[in-house]
Design a protein around this ligand. Structure first.
Ligand SMILES: Cc1cc2nc3c(=O)[nH]c(=O)nc-3n(C[C@H](O)[C@H](O)[C@H](O)COP(=O)(O)OP(=O)(O)OC[C@H]3O[C@@H](n4cnc5c(N)ncnc54)[C@H](O)[C@@H]3O)c2cc1C
Length: 606
């Protein structure tokens, strides 16, 4: 690393998404005398998932006074959904914090100007997602996350919080007692690194989508928070659980909701409707019913029978095929009368007549969601001309992360985490809408906890912190080119650690990643930040693959297969695996232990 300049603050917030903005605001709210500094890698407002992602209808889960079933204990049902749908491998007390604080997070965002959708009677509009017991998904439309981000940014800009963007945190600084005491950061604009000493650090650097070749994350989501925390000795949890779902390859659009409910033909590049082969049936209406159901169960999950669609698509791609949703023609033997009642009722309610002469997948899509057709046309796919959308399973969310407690503290003193970087609050599946919530609830708690620590340790930033320079040891002139490292890792992870996971594939991936870590990444001063990103991607991939190898059962999106040829995943084994895996740096590499999460007390049963 080149010579470092220096800066100091009381609370250092790393990241620029919803969780980071919320943490910085909360730290200042908690103690306005503190010097709060937010450092983020990309352009603030144009990087990270919260500021940039959009989908059919982005959801923010909240149990409001008007949410069913109502009453002072309604939060129990919400916490229970997070915990139960999560596969009983998350900490119940964190789910409880999320559910109890959801309503105030919703109101706070509304006070900042988030235009929540409302029913004609003025109550907040809410809908049901991903198996939740009650309608809790609040929204503004396809850009809910962006509107949350914009509202928080407006508020932050009113405060005397210092903001530095285009600057990447690379390593933590420690004091003589081994406590986190700041971070070493690399600016796009400065040739030298800067050491920032701080009494408390909040990590809110989002997920690690760039570990996979097919993902819907922005380029800056390279898992830096996970890798830095691992190098600092923090515990990480549930890393094997990553949300995958079918996305348009060229646009990144999640093909959920109406894209599936329109019942397109699912075909490969030989125009074979391959799903029937994997269902082991000739009954086309069964395939149609499953496709329709996929519209409401987008992420891959063992607990949802539509996972066979993702397995089939992944298997075709593994055999070198490309896969498409074809909206031009109806599936072979398409017979509306033979479709299940759920499909028929759904269309009848919308006044659409299945079976008319002009009834095609494209006609259905135009009728039920013309916006998606227009959106695809704007992004280069004109369904009127080429009625096919190429799809593949893409990574969308990391359920695990740096293990936090209810005050957002981690197992390393002075370090707090929030948002997608944090772990333990979600299990194997993350019911839709709870991530945006999570960033707000734990973002606020992390900011307040960090402020409390900084207020207590007023002299901490006078101490001279030092860095352990682990990066300098891993980045060497002899190492591999950073871009080549990233490409190799992404290829390996998409091939062996995405939808289809086998013991053999994971073991060889772990070995190859180990070898790459030994070789290291070339330190190329002009592209120094890229070197650190490549190291982080490599290190996170290694941890994810190691955790995936360890869990020899299927749960949520972690589908384990006995071999490359079977299409039936291994069973879920609650007797052995109703536990989470915790990974921590040891002297010889990662130490993996399986542990009992904080369980739901029986009196909380709902
Ligand atoms: C297409 C899509 C649709 C989604 N839909 C929903 C939904 O409907 N409901 C829901 O609840 N969730 C949804 N999610 C998930 C949810 O949006 C994210 O989990 C959430 O926005 C993450 O917020 P965050 O603040 O943790 O991270 P981000 O918003 O990703 O922000 C991370 C920030 O950290 C910065 N950063 C990274 N590394 C460093 C570093 N080393 N130094 C400094 N800064 C760094 C980045 O530049 C970025 O600003 C969706 C995700 C996607 C991709």
């Amino acid at each position: 690393m080149p010579d470092a300049r220096s800066d100091t603050c009381d609370v250092l917030v790393v990241g620029g998404g919803g969780a980071a903005l919320c943490a910085a605001i909360a730290a200042w709210d908690a103690d306005p005398s503190l010097d709060v500094l937010l450092v983020t890698k990309g352009e603030l407002g144009a990087s990270g998932v919260t500021a940039t992602a959009c989908s059919d209808r982005m959801a923010f889960h909240a149990t409001l006074p008007t949410t069913e079933p109502g009453g002072p204990d309604a939060w129990h049902y919400h916490a229970d959904d997070i915990y139960r749908i999560g596969g009983l491998v998350s900490d119940w007390d964190l789910a409880e914090v999320l559910a109890r604080n959801a309503s105030s997070a919703f109101s706070y965002l509304e006070s900042l100007g988030v235009p929540w959708a409302r029913n004609p009677d003025g109550t907040p509009a809410q809908f049901v997602t991903d198996g939740s017991a009650y309608a809790r998904a609040c929204y503004t439309g396809p850009h809910t996350a962006n509107e949350i981000h914009a509202a928080l940014l407006r508020r932050l800009r009113e405060l005397p919080v210092r903001v530095v963007d285009h600057t990447m945190a690379a390593e933590f600084l420690f004091d003589a007692g081994g406590t986190i005491a700041g971070a070493l950061v690399l600016s796009e604009k400065e040739p030298s690194a800067t050491t920032i000493s701080a009494s408390a650090v909040v990590m809110a650097t989002g997920g690690a989508g760039q570990v996979y070749a097919t993902n819907v994350f922005p380029r800056d989501c390279t898992g830096d928070g996970y890798a830095m925390a691992y190098r600092a000795g923090a515990e990480l949890v549930n890393l094997e659980f990553i949300q995958f779902g079918l996305c348009s390859v060229s646009t990144g659009l999640a093909c959920s909701g109406s894209m599936m409910r329109a019942l397109p033909r699912l075909v490969n590049d030989l125009d074979q409707a391959f799903l029937l082969k994997y269902l082991d049936t000739d009954d086309q209406s069964r395939a149609c019913d499953l496709l329709f159901r996929k519209g409401a169960s987008w992420p891959v999950s063992l607990e949802e029978p539509t996972h066979i669609i993702d397995i089939a698509v992944a298997a075709e791609i593994a055999q070198g095929r490309r896969v498409f949703l074809d909206y031009a023609r109806n599936p072979q033997d398409y017979a509306p009368r033979r479709l299940g009642p759920a499909v028929q009722d759904w269309y009848a309610k919308r006044g659409y007549r299945l079976g008319d002469d002009d009834d095609t997948p494209l006609a259905r899509l135009c009728a039920i969601n013309p916006q998606s057709v227009a959106w695809l046309a704007e992004h280069g796919i004109d369904l009127d001309i080429e009625a096919k959308v190429e799809v593949a399973p893409a990574a969308q969310h990391f359920q695990g992360g740096i293990r936090i407690r209810t005050d957002a503290s981690t197992t390393v003193a002075g370090l707090y985490a929030a948002g997608e970087t944090a772990g333990g609050q979600h299990g194997a599946n993350r019911p839709g809408g709870n991530s945006l919530l999570d960033g707000q609830v734990f973002g606020r708690i992390a900011g307040e906890s960090a402020a409390r620590r900084a207020s207590r340790l007023t002299d901490a930033r006078q101490r001279a912190p030092s860095t352990t320079q682990t990066i300098a040891k891993l980045a060497t002139p002899q190492g591999e080119d950073p871009d080549a490292v990233i490409e190799r890792v992404q290829h390996l992870m998409t091939a062996h650690c995405a939808v289809r996971r086998t013991k053999g594939g994971l073991a060889s991936t772990v070995r190859e990643l180990e070898e790459m870590l030994r070789t290291g990444v070339a330190l190329d001063p002009p592209a120094q930040a890229r070197t650190v990103e490549a190291l982080n991607i490599l290190q996170v991939a290694y941890l994810v693959a190691t955790a995936s190898l360890g869990r020899d059962e299927t749960r949520g999106p972690h589908l384990r297969f006995a071999d490359d040829h079977t299409t039936e995943p291994l069973p879920r084994r609650d007797d052995r695996w109703q536990r989470y895996q915790v990974i921590q740096r040891g002297s010889q590499g990662p130490m993996v232990s399986s542990r009992q999460p904080v369980a739901r007390p029986s009196k909380s049963d709902v």
